[in-house]
Ligand binder design. Structure first.
Ligand code: NAD
Ligand code: DAU
Length: 333
């Protein structure tokens, strides 16, 4: 198998490359990534010199660069993780989200069509469904109802993937997963931000009343689900992925403080995120029944493992927070 992974230097993409690398030692993996602020080659330092792994720096919205990598790679399959992924940044700078998450997807689809790729997996998000009330779950048949520029741009990408299936019969699948957590999670996101601030005895900024709910999944379980979709997913199908693990933000923050032995007084309620979705919760029965996916990690184990990873990998996140990320953080909070 010759596999193109786009956005493989980010959080989930780098976990996925490690997952595939360990599980299928004969696969040739090419990682095509623009190395935006979120892309980090340190995530893959352990395999960077392996003959089965190649890194190519490039932008998925750059048609010439995309065509070049496809022409050289002779790929069988593509998994697209490349995206602008942070909701707060999409509120202050929506244009780059449309460029990467819509135009970038279309550019990749054109190349996948031209080079006759046998499977294209688009990594999407549960946020395209919008926000839930107190009850109910997101199912694959629900209408898309995105509320942030981020989720709207991801929904645009999904619509193009769907259209290329209907119009050109391309062998595509879409996955829509809930919130991931685990190693290599960029420090701007809730869980790593709270761990790192707590370790520095800095305040922990909780948006609004802290009662927004997310359905958390350990990143390795997400990677296992994508592996199944890549190898067994039916063309044209959408697969929701989620661990049936709803948590309020405040409960997560309190737990992190407790596990690190830090005082709850570090919590600071701050201005809410505009358009803040109240609740996400996934119905993952389709991927469980049709592809046999079973998540392995309980939240208690996953969150302790994650906290320990941040304690053990200080140089990884110190390099990030001491760089240009600091300017973003100062402006944001
Ligand atoms: P991330 O921000 O950590 O990583 C994104 C990667 O894409 C980075 O390496 C970045 O350099 C690269 N990239 C950005 N723009 C690019 C471009 N124009 N061309 C090439 N590379 C580019 O994101 P993540 O959290 O790992 O998310 C990966 C994918 O999974 C995204 O598509 C996201 O929408 C989706 N997703 C994320 C979550 C989550 O909880 N993090 C949940 C569900 C779905
Ligand atoms: O649901 C999947 C999505 O999960 C992915 O598609 C996105 O790429 C990913 O970033 C994530 O989006 P969220 O907006 O849910 O994640 P974030 O970590 O930014 O925020 C999680 C919750 O925590 C959300 O309700 C906002 C809140 N929050 C976040 C930050 C950064 C805070 O209360 N304080 C904060 O400082």
């Amino acid at each position: 198998m010759r596999l193109l992974v786009t956005g493989g230097a980010g959080f989930i993409g780098s976990n996925f490359i490690h997952y595939i690398f360990n599980r299928y030692p004969d696969y040739q993996i090419t990682n095509f990534d623009a190395l935006t602020y979120a892309g980090n080659l340190n995530n893959l330092i352990d395999i960077q010199d392996n003959v089965n792994y190649t890194f190519v720096k490039g932008d998925i919205a750059d048609r010439h660069a995309v065509d070049m990598v496809f022409a050289e790679g002779d790929f069988d399959c593509v998994v697209n993780f490349a995206a602008e992924s942070h909701v707060d940044r999409s509120i202050s700078q929506p244009d780059i989200f449309v460029r990467t998450n819509v135009l970038g997807v279309q550019t990749l689809l054109d190349a996948a069509k031209k080079f006759k790729i046998s499977k294209f997996v688009q990594i999407s998000t549960d946020e395209v469904y919008g926000s839930l009330g107190a009850t109910g779950l997101f199912s694959e048949t629900m209408p898309l109802s995105p509320n942030s520029p981020y989720s709207a741009s991801k929904a645009g990408g999904d619509m193009l993937v769907r259209a290329y299936y209907e119009t050109f019969q391309m062998p595509v699948c879409i996955t829509r997963c809930s919130n991931n957590y685990g190693p290599y999670h960029f420090p701007e996101k809730l869980i790593p931000l709270m761990i790192i601030n707590a370790l520095h005895d800095q305040s922990l900024p909780v948006y609004g009343d802290g009662l927004n709910i997310r359905d958390w999944l350990y990143v390795e379980d997400h990677c296992a689900a994508i592996d199944l979709v890549l190898h067994k997913g039916i063309a044209g199908e959408v697969y929701n992925i989620g661990g049936n693990n709803e948590q309020t933000n405040i409960a997560i923050v309190q737990d992190i403080l407790h596990q690190l032995g830090k005082p709850q007084s570090l919590i600071q309620f701050v201005k809410d995120r505009p358009g803040h979705d109240r609740r996400y919760a996934i119905d993952a029965s389709k991927i469980r029944k049709e592809l046999g996916w079973i998540p392995k990690y309980e939240f208690n184990t996953g969150i302790s493992t994650t906290i320990q990873w941040y304690l053990d990998n200080k140089p990884w996140w110190e390099e990030i927070i001491n760089g240009s990320y600091q300017q973003y953080y100062t402006k944001q909070y």
